[in-house]
Structures are given as structure tokens and as C-alpha cells.
Design a protein around this ligand. Structure first.
Ligand code: SF4
Ligand code: SF4
Ligand code: FES
Length: 233
């Protein structure tokens, strides 16, 4: 197998090619680990859990954003690059520091309100998909408005927003939108990239659409048929 990897040198990015004998269909992470152990200890990539839980190992494989520990390689030639939209620290390692920062800005944790609230099995089931999000950033890395640098918060933040604000125990609710400003919650062009590529099948576009419905209810978005007409405010 030929593995071409985009690396970051002192002079800027360049591609380096490695030849590897492989059996079966290894994961991208297994390939990277073997290259590092057997051929080039200077190669940098990141992985922690090796089981699709920590969200740290996202890379682009042949142009498609994937989790390195989950994606199996079937091709004889593979090109690996860092995820789009995140600053590259070294080789395939991108800077994820902005992720917890954004969660803090949007206050995306559960703040229980007054009194006890019963959570029924159907309540948990309704939040199963967004709860599976591992904050890997893959959806943001393929989201056109995010990549263009628009104020849109992106599918990762909005998936987490939906998760916490739809929880019956949450005591903050719409204050999160009012605190940050509704424009951060608008701008999705409904390309479906996020839902197609999410490695945990969280369906981010669906929650973005539900939030748009909420914004319409709050008077921030005027809906006409299937289109959205954004009001100035
Ligand atoms: S929604 Fe999916 S792609 Fe986006 S951060 Fe969560 S797990 Fe990753
Ligand atoms: S569907 Fe919306 S949120 Fe998802 S990638 Fe496209 S523009 Fe971004
Ligand atoms: S190493 Fe944790 S998600 Fe891949």
C-alpha cells in the first residue's frame, strides 16, 4: 500500500509517501501507528481512545473527513491530510482548543432548573442521537459557512445546543440564544455534509433545522414555504 501524508515542515506543508505491506483492511490509525513505529518516528498524529469515543483522531482520507480509529482502508493508495477548518499544529494534528472555548461561550452544559424532573425512557431515546456526539469537529470541517468564516456557530455547537436545551432538566433554555445572539444560530445552507459524514450518526443537520424552527417561533427567522428569509434585528 502507498500512503501519502500531508506534513508540516519549516518551509510549509509538503507530502511524504510511505510504502507499507498490509494484510486485510487496517484502520487509518493502525496504518499511521505502523508507519510511526516501523519507518518514521517523526510523523505526528493524534489518537487517545482508539474506539471512536474521544473525538481526537479526525483526518481527511482521500478527501473525505473520517475518524482515523474507525475508518478502514480498502484502497491500495491512500492520501491523508489534516481536517479542514482547524489550525494545523503539526502534520495531521489540528488544534482543538477552540472546541471547549466555544462550548463555554455558548454555555453548553446542563444547568438544572428548580425541582425534580422525571426522565422517562422516551425522553432519553429522543436525545440519543445528539448525545452520541463526541465533539470530533468533523461536521464543522465540512460545513461551508463555517469554512467561509461566517458567524454561524456550526453543526457541532448546534448539536450540543439541541442536546442540552432539549433536556427536560435544563433550566437555561432560550437564554443561551439571547446571550450569544441569534445570528450565531443561523446560516446553515442545508448541504447535508455534516449528517452524511458524522462518524457517530448524530444527524447534526436535523438539530440545526429544529433550532431554526425555534428561531422562527421566537421571531428571528421568517419562514416562507421551504425557504428562510432572515430578518434584520
Ligand atoms: S455531530 Fe458528529 S461529526 Fe459533529 S462533532 Fe459530533 S460526532 Fe463529530
Ligand atoms: S447542513 Fe448546514 S450545518 Fe450541516 S454542513 Fe451543511 S451548512 Fe453546515
Ligand atoms: S482515537 Fe478516540 S475517537 Fe479515534
Amino acid at each position: 500500500m502507498k500512503v501519502k501524508i500531508k506534513r508540516l515542515g519549516k518551509e510549509g506543508p509538503y507530502f511524504q509517501t510511505y510504502d507499507l505491506e498490509v494484510d486485510g483492511t487496517p484502520t487509518v490509525l493502525e496504518i499511521l501507528s505502523r508507519i510511526k513505529e516501523e519507518q518514521d518516528p517523526t510523523l505526528a498524529f493524534r489518537a487517545m481512545c482508539r474506539s471512536s469515543i474521544c473525538g481526537t483522531c479526525g483526518v481527511k482520507m482521500n478527501g473525505r473527513a473520517v475518524l482515523a480509529c474507525k475508518e478502514r482502508v480498502t484502497e491500495e493508495e491512500v492520501v491523508l491530510e489534516p481536517l479542514e477548518g482547524f489550525p494545523v499544529l503539526r502534520d495531521l494534528v489540528t488544534d482543538h482548543e477552540g472546541i471547549p472555548r466555544r462550548l463555554k461561550t455558548y454555555r453548553l452544559w446542563l444547568e438544572p432548573g428548580e425541582g425534580e424532573v422525571a426522565i422517562l425512557p422516551e425522553d432519553s431515546r429522543a436525545l440519543e442521537k445528539p448525545s452520541d456526539c463526541i465533539l470530533c469537529g468533523i461536521c464543522d470541517s465540512v460545513c461551508p459557512p463555517v469554512l467561509e468564516g461566517s458567524p454561524f456557530a456550526g453543526p457541532m455547537v448546534l448539536t450540543r445546543f439541541y442536546r442540552v436545551s432539549s433536556d427536560k432538566r435544563d433550566g437555561v433554555g432560550d437564554e443561551r440564544i439571547e446571550n450569544v445572539g441569534a445570528s450565531s444560530f443561523m446560516g446553515c445552507v442545508h448541504c447535508s455534509n455534516c449528517t452524511l459524514l458524522c462518524p457517530k450518526s448524530c444527524m447534526p443537520e436535523r438539530w440545526v433545522t429544529v433550532i431554526e424552527g425555534k428561531l422562527a417561533g421566537m421571531g428571528y427567522i421568517q419562514r416562507s414555504g421551504q425557504d428562510f428569509d432572515f430578518l434584520s434585528f
